[in-house]
Design a protein around this ligand. Structure first.
Ligand SMILES: Nc1ncnc2c1ncn2[C@@H]1O[C@H](COP(=O)(O)OP(=O)(O)O)[C@@H](O)[C@H]1O
Ligand SMILES: [Mg+2]
Length: 507
């Protein structure tokens, strides 16, 4: 029997100032299929799907849904045609209940009271195998639960094609499994799913079909049975990916960072960090594993000097720094690469030169009398760009035109060039493709091998096992356990991240 595609996109071209994000792309999706859209960061995946979902308009090309041509003027119009997209940042109303988020705003909701809304939401959700608490407020939910609500909301609005943009980034390993089961269930009921990802193992695990984008163009499209992981990796990056052999045999030296019984308040006035004891030694990488939102942000801010301790003390190389400010800590070799590359780390409308001296413009090497010596800054920036293989068009262009990977390298380069004793980096590979992530980690490993103590905040378990020497699992503000990476496994860390105990097999 011939099957008809639910989506046909043909000749789609879209450019942004200075970038051809999609170039003559054709893309087909069939009902009942989980279709992975794979590509490096910046390959054009989000752009292509945002066009399909009515957020952007293409410069050329057309979209057909069930054989009928459409020009979507808004996401709402696309949804009416059956296409729903779940973005990387959720768009739920935080102080509405789960049921209200699902039902409100649809025609059905008119005249329903809250009891009816809850009943309707529960019944609808259970049809797709979801078990929800309809009267929980969205802000009470974990990111994984919020994602479920987004999916149900789209299904309730009658979507036949569900697009998910990098949905697993915010999930624990168990939640990823649950999500994939849900997607399979949806596909079995005839829905089509487009899964945007840069993670190969996810493609192999859940997809029926894969389309690979590179630099805005389709470089391959095939049934999953017909492809191999290695060839997909090659297609994505156009060169062989070589994983480094990372030795965990580094001899850790003396203690660089010591946290003693620290408590830190979060913005909402609750204790975000509870009684943490942790040390990082010279030449070791300690990873803090945990689902985002378990106090990691507050912990880093406390170490950096951005947030006061409520209790406890911090020592750097044996000297107490508890009451020192950011600049004083920096002067002693404590460098932090924050979670928000843009914002906390870099300033988007400043250029590369301005960004590299953002925090050290007052150093003698960049001053000529009372003024900034731009020639010295230029030489310094050029060396960073060269040493760290950063791609950019011009040192004087605002950095908001640079890709995530290059921004991350720039941030690391800036911090490392100040010869840190302790380097703290939060989610250094978040949003990066394999090649970029690999080069970021190589930079960190080199730094570790020079004897710097490194504290990484990570959520990707693969990265923890590949790069860290020790792992501390953070849950609800506390550290559940600190383990040598060589003595633990993914399931144990995953269980600790969820706050449950993992039953170690007795051997
Ligand atoms: N709104 C935008 N304005 C300018 N450039 C953009 C915009 N959205 C994406 N781009 C650029 O288009 C290219 C493709 O981006 P994107 O579709 O987000 O890639 P992917 O989702 O595969 O990482 C990148 O170079 C990106 O910087
Ligand atoms: Mg994207």
């Amino acid at each position: 029997m011939k099957r008809f595609p639910v989506i046909e996109m043909d000749g789609i071209t879209k450019s942004f100032p200075g970038v051809l994000a999609n170039n003559n792309v054709s893309f087909r999706v069939y009902p009942g299929e989980i279709h992975a859209l794979l590509g490096e960061n910046g390959a054009g995946k989000s752009t292509l799907m945002s066009i399909l979902a009515g957020l952007y308009r293409p410069d050329a090309g057309y979209i057909k849904v069930k054989g009928v041509k459409h020009t979507f003027k808004s996401p709402r119009k696309a949804l009416t045609a059956g296409i729903g997209m779940i973005y990387q940042h959720f768009r739920l109303v935080n102080n509405f209940t789960v049921a209200e988020n699902i039902i409100l705003g649809t025609k059905n909701s008119i005249g329903m009271n809250s009891k009816k809304i809850e009943k309707e939401a529960s019944e609808f959700a259970s049809r797709f195998g979801f078990d929800i608490n309809p009267n929980a407020k969205v802000f009470q939910l974990s990111l994984g639960e919020q994602q479920k609500v987004e999916i149900i909301k789209m299904l309730y609005r009658g979507c036949d094609v569900l697009i998910m943009d990098e949905p697993t980034t915010v999930l624990t390993p168990q939640e990823v499994k649950d999500l994939f089961n849900t997607l399979k269930l949806m596909a079995a009921q005839g829905k089509a799913v487009v899964l945007i990802t840069h993670k190969l193992h996810e493609v192999m695990e859940v997809a029926d079909y894969v389309t690979v984008l590179r630099r805005g163009e389709v470089v391959g499209s095939n049934r999953i049975e017909e492809v191999e992981e290695a060839s997909l990796a090659k297609m994505m990056v156009a060169h062989e990916v070589v994983y480094n052999e990372v030795s965990h045999q580094m001899k850790a030296g003396n203690t660089i960072l010591e946290l003693n019984n620290i408590d830190v308040y979060g913005d909402q006035g609750y204790l975000a960090v509870r009684d943490i004891n942790l040390s990082v030694k010279s030449g070791e990488i300690v990873a803090i594993a945990g689902v985002a939102g378990n106090g990691q942000r507050e912990l880093i801010e406390a170490i950096a000097g951005l947030r006061k301790l409520n209790k406890g003390s911090i020592y750097l190389e044996g000297q107490e720094i508890t009451n020192l400010n950011i600049r004083q800590r920096l002067a002693r070799g404590l460098n932090v690469v924050p979670e928000d590359r843009i914002g906390m780390g870099l300033v988007s409308n400043l250029n590369v030169l301005e960004n590299v001296i953002l925090r050290t413009y007052y150093n003698k090497e960049f001053l000529d009398g009372m003024f900034i010596d731009y020639k010295a800054v230029h030489t310094y920036a050029e060396k960073l760009v060269e040493d760290y293989n950063i791609f950019l068009s011009d040192l004087k262009h605002p950095i908001n035109y640079m890709s995530g990977g290059n921004l991350q390298k720039l941030l690391l380069a800036r911090e490392i060039s100040q010869h840190p004793r302790l380097l703290v980096a939060a989610y250094p590979s978040r949003g990066l493709d394999i090649a970029a992530a690999e080069s970021v980690y190589n930079i960190l490993l080199q730094e570790r091998n020079k004897g710097t103590g490194i504290l990484l905040i990570l959520e990707d378990l693969d990265d923890i096992f590949r790069y860290a020497d020790r792992v501390a699992v953070m849950y609800e503000g506390g550290i559940k356990q600190i383990l040598n990476v060589a003595d633990t496994n993914i399931d144990e860390i995953g269980a600790l991240m969820l706050g449950t105990q993992y039953a170690r097999k007795l051997s």
